[in-house]
Design a protein around this ligand. Sequence first.
Ligand code: GUN
Length: 298
Amino acid sequence: MSMDRFARAASIDGKQFAAGLLERIKKDVEILKAQTGVVPGLAVVLVGDDPASSVYVASKHRQTVAAGMKSFVHQLPAETSQNELLGLVHRLNVAPEVHGILVQLPLPVHLDPNAVIQAIHQDKDVDGFHVSNAGRLFTGNPVLVPCTPLGCMMLLKDTLGENLSGLHAVVVGKSNIVGKPMAQMLMNAHCTVTVVHSQTRDTAELCRAADILVVAAGRPGLVRGDWIKPGAVVIDVGINRIQDGGKSKIVGDVAFGEAGHARAITPVPGGVGPMTIACLLSNTLTAFRGQHNLAIAA
Ligand code: GUN
């Protein structure tokens, strides 16, 4: 395929896909309520008043209620001690009306996020961050998996079809929240997977070999047009606020304007972002089914 400057990559509409997913979740909530007599419930814990986190938590609450589920938001002061936070997590672990628990990150610096995450019961860990859920994903028996890479997989399969076997996937970034679980999910889908990160020596050349390029680096415009193989599918996980001509705007980690020769690419905003909360609610239903011994939907 030529790097034709008139080529036009398809835009992967995450906003529309997420809206469809939320509709399916809403219907599933009704079915599960009828089957069990119980309303699925999600608890979200926010410590402190970080403005970005407050916006995310408010959005999670709104969408949880809109899907017909119960939403329990616990807002704690920034001075909350580790023991107080662990006490709340333990109460939520045994609360029968709570099927999923999410502690919004980042936590204030005096708190240990890992200890808090590992204190969440694995069956209620809708972030998929608990070591036993990470281990299940690692060994190819995933149950609850991190929401952002789950959303990326859904968009990839919607674009390329269910069968990703044998494709070369390159993941940029190796965080526990996105890069590492993304690489595991792609391996479980029988892709050949390369992970590159800030210490990689030949990042551009490795990216150019990708049929699937997933970028979660948190660096605006890091991936340039000549890092993208013609016909590749590009998933841009980046959400970066930048100043452009005196105006503030949100951009991804990929130089979107240079990616016309890709087969398809997620825009920012409107690509991966809207998928994350929809996947959180999907995980809450997975957790609910697990706790009621119902079959986990494919
Ligand atoms: N803060 C930013 N992203 C996330 C996420 O996926 N889960 C949690 N718990 N906190 C976050």
